[in-house]
Design a protein around this ligand. Structure first.
Ligand SMILES: CCCCCCCCCCCCCCCCCCCCC/C=C/C(=O)SCCNC(=O)CCNC(=O)[C@H](O)C(C)(C)COP(=O)(O)OP(=O)(O)OC[C@H]1O[C@@H](n2cnc3c(N)ncnc32)[C@H](O)[C@@H]1OP(=O)(O)O
Ligand SMILES: Cc1cc2nc3c(=O)[nH]c(=O)nc-3n(C[C@H](O)[C@H](O)[C@H](O)COP(=O)(O)OP(=O)(O)OC[C@H]3O[C@@H](n4cnc5c(N)ncnc54)[C@H](O)[C@@H]3O)c2cc1C
Length: 706
């Protein structure tokens, strides 16, 4: 099925683009801007639409004009100060209240754009705000109406919240969570308890310093001693008037992290903390005053899925968050590469480093990935909105259940794909900018470190991929028995042709033949079918040789199920982007460059699977590999002159991007000097100058006398 994010009907006209998007200052980047095959403003309006661009402008300009968000060159804040500033900024975001409920209902993509815009500035206040309103608030909101009062308090910040699932000794393995919630029917309360220090809640964002309330996941025990599985509870952890811990709660900050240090990640231990019966977030089950458990889910597995359902929201958002980091890193590296000159054909002339084939090959496939993943994350978000609307209206249809499973399977692979792509790209961009990429002021280190946990939180990437391969393998019976099947979003429908696709061979006969994304797309369909067959065979063999289900599954991950999940999600991203870029309604001024991006993303991603394509016999002979490699290089070279305009489309204003080498003017060295010289005490001699000038070391004084 075609993605729901459809081709925009109109891109307006030149004068409306100019009003929305001012020209960039003239400078060293102008040369490349003139060479572009398309108008960047037309592209920006085409991709986002005028309404979203207006929203972005509103948010960016509010932050730029607000002293709370001022940037200070060379600023080195202590962690405590950074946490304080993050909280003040989070409060400001409440005051701005950028989106009304009505605006969100009319266009839910606006909320995604709000996350992206604030995150582009700094992920710490962004995550603090959305962990409270979105993750904590959203979970409370999705429980029954009896939380209406709490909901009000959440959205006017009378209380401040966090989402506490992970414990010190269990994270991805949520079934292993050991915090207990035991119902006491005498007092009509739940008793929340951490059995030992290993079961302390840990890593929880906002819990370190600020949260007054937590959604706490715990194993629910009814008075008959039965464990009813994982449920969530609303627990007050700090006094709202003093921010001191509530009785029985030991709560604190877990310490410095590799990135995101404005955010206070914390721990909490509960010593028989009593909460009212009403505070069970009755999403998957409830307890009667007598202590009888009831649930609308008869199947324990379905109840577990529903208890973790809210995690899909985060994973979809993280797909978009990571694509945003990809865009930030590329904006810096491509602008730098178009202005930084090194070597040249003659001694007189040095050329911009983007002219080098290696620089193009290192950066431009990531640029293509940024466009494809951005489109995919937004289309997946739109799919999610449909699912979410079903949840809110308590839809119980088969389609709703199937949609939930499909979105889960997609998001558990798109989060790994997007976060890993951004992680690798951030490092490549850092190196592509040479030494200047390593200077903290240019922000590539911050982007890399802040992106890093996207690979881990909301579930470790490698473990999550198993969810996607499980989903794909679950269709194998239908495939084997030729029983028709389809999914609500149609992402697995091509597997109905499995028996036909598995016999396909690579068809292109030249580099020219490879220049369209239909070529890698066909190869991907074969690859998914092949890996599905191989994974299924391997699993059956493992079981036949006497291994338990657990062992058998475990022995089928590397080269089989893990590769299957990755190939499937890459195929899905490419399919959606291919359909989008080949839509006949795309303006003819934009279509060629968009098709090049789609082809490059497809071929480059596919090239990482060449060994398997040969291994399985989809391709043979030396030539095919060469065709693919040469097509990648040809596309890089074709996109080289469009690259600056392509980042102009998504780069935020200079104030938000906050990188001297990534500024829109391209005045690389002037911008760097301006920043360096504003730093604190840059030209001062060190306060310990006398340690060199007066107190000279006595050479050898401390050498061993033995
Ligand atoms: C109109 C209005 C529109 C409004 C739109 C709303 C938009 C809201 C916007 C909100 C904004 C939010 C902004 C967020 C910003 C970005 C977020 C950044 C967050 C950063 C902070 C981090 C927080 C955290 O990390 S919280 C802790 C997260 N923890 C995890 O993720 C744990 C990971 N582990 C698991 O999920 C599971 O344990 C798992 C998946 C590994 C499975 O473990 P298992 O024990 O092996 O279980 P299994 O047998 O495989 O599963 C049984 C069964 O259940 C199915 N299942 C599991 N999960 C789900 C799910 N989420 N959905 C559906 N189904 C699920 C699983 O598939 C199995 O089913 P079968 O295959 O059928 O057997
Ligand atoms: C910055 C940050 C913020 C966070 N915020 C929150 C929050 O707000 N609330 C919250 O509840 N949690 C939060 N978390 C915790 C996060 O959700 C967990 O870290 C995450 O789910 C991974 O779990 P883990 O750390 O226990 O890793 P583990 O599950 O212990 O994984 C460790 C390693 O073992 C491997 N592994 C584990 N199981 C398997 C398997 N079955 N097969 C193969 N390999 C396996 C993994 O691949 C990984 O490499 C946050 C984490 C970070 C880093």
């Amino acid at each position: 099925m075609a993605p729901t994010l459809s081709v925009k009907e109109t891109t307006g006209n030149q004068s409306s683009w100019n009003t929305l998007l001012p020209d960039f200052p003239k400078g060293p980047l102008s040369k490349y801007r003139k060479k572009a095959s398309f108008n960047w403003k037309e592209m920006a309006v085409f991709l986002d639409g005028e309404d979203i661009i207006r929203l972005k402008n509103r948010i960016f300009s509010a932050l730029e004009n607000d002293p709370f968000f001022a940037r200070h060159a060379g600023e080195e804040l202590s962690r405590e100060k950074y946490q304080e500033l993050t909280f003040l900024r989070c409060k400001r975001l409440f005051e701005y209240d950028f989106l009304t409920q009505q605006e969100i209902i009319e266009n839910p993509l606006k909320i995604l754009n709000l996350v992206i815009c604030i995150g582009m500035y700094d992920w710490s206040p962004c995550l603090q705000f959305f962990l409270h309103c979105g993750v904590f608030g959203g979970t409370v909101l999705s429980a029954s109406k009896r939380f209406a009062d709490f909901v009000k308090k959440i959205y006017n910040m009378e209380i401040f919240g966090c989402f506490a699932l992970t414990e010190l000794s269990h994270g991805t393995n949520t079934k292993g969570i050991r915090t207990t919630a035991t119902f006491d029917h005498n007092t009509q309360e739940f008793i929340i308890n951490s059995p030992d220090f290993e079961a302390a809640k840990f890593w929880v964002g906002n819990m370190g310093k600020h949260a007054t309330h937590a959604v706490v996941y715990a194993q629910l025990y009814t008075p008959d001693g039965q464990c009813q599985g994982l449920h969530s509870f609303l627990v007050q952890i700090r006094d709202t008037k003093t921010l001191l811990p509530m009785p029985g709660v030991m709560v604190g900050d877990i310490g410095k992290k590799i990135g995101q240090n404005g955010l206070d990640n914390g721990f909490a231990m509960f010593h028989n903390v009593r909460i009212p019966k009403e505070n069970i977030l009755n999403i998957t089950g409830d307890v009667s005053p007598e202590g009888k458990y009831s649930s609308s889910f008869t199947d324990v597995k379905d109840r577990f899925s529903a208890a973790l359902g809210s995690l899909s929201t985060g994973r979809i958002l993280i797909t978009a968050v990571s694509a945003t980091n990809l865009k930030l890193a590329l904006s810096i590296a491509i602008r730098f590469s178009a202005t930084r000159r090194q070597f040249g054909p003659t001694d007189e002339e040095e050329i911009p480093v983007i002219e080098y084939q290696t620089q193009q090959w290192r950066l431009l496939p990531y640029l293509a990935a940024a466009y494809a993943l951005d489109y995919f994350s937004k289309s997946l978000f739109e799919n999610f909105v449909e699912f979410y609307a079903g949840l809110l209206t308590k839809q119980k249809s088969q389609r709703q259940a199937d949609l939930g499973r499909e979105i889960h399977a997609l998001s558990t692979a798109s989060k790994p794909l997007s976060s890993w792509t951004a992680q690798q790209a951030a490092q490549e961009c850092r190196e592509a900018c040479g030494g200047h990429g390593y200077l903290a002021m240019n922000r590539l280190g911050e982007i890399r470190n802040d992106n890093d946990p996207n690979c881990t939180y909301e579930g470790d990437n490698n473990v999550l991929l198993q969810q996607t391969s499980n989903y794909l393998m679950s269709w194998m019976n239908c495939i084997r028995n030729k029983v028709p099947f389809e999914s609500p979003l149609g992402t697995i429908n091509f597997l109905q042709d499995y028996h036909h696709i598995i016999g396909w061979k690579f068809k292109a006969n030249s580099v020219d033949d490879c220049m369209d994304s239909s070529v890698p797309l066909a190869a991907y369909k074969w690859l998914v079918c092949y890996l599905l067959r191989e994974s299924d065979l391997k699993l059956r063999k493992e079981k036949q040789s006497g291994h338990s289900d657990f062992e058998a599954k475990n022995n089928c991950q590397v080269y089989y199920c893990r590769s299957l999940a990755i190939a499937f999600v890459e195929q899905t991203v490419l399919q959606r982007y291919h359909d989008y870029t080949h839509d006949p309604d795309i303006p003819s001024t934009l279509q060629p460059v968009l098709k090049n991006l789609s082809a490059l993303y497809g071929l480059w991603s596919l090239s990482k699977h060449l060994a398997v394509l040969y291994q399985g016999g989809y391709v043979s002979g030396e030539q095919v590999g060469r065709f693919i490699q040469n097509a990648i290089l040809e596309l890089c070279s074709r996109l080289k002159d469009d690259a600056v305009a392509l980042v102009d489309v998504f780069a935020p204003p200079d104030f938000i991007l906050n990188s001297p080498i990534g500024k829109a003017s391209g005045e690389l060295y002037k911008n760097m000097w301006a920043e360096i010289l504003q730093g604190n005490k840059v030209l001062n001699r060190p306060s310990w100058w006398a340690e060199f000038c007066i107190n000279k070391p006595v050479t050898g004084r401390l050498s061993s006398r033995l």
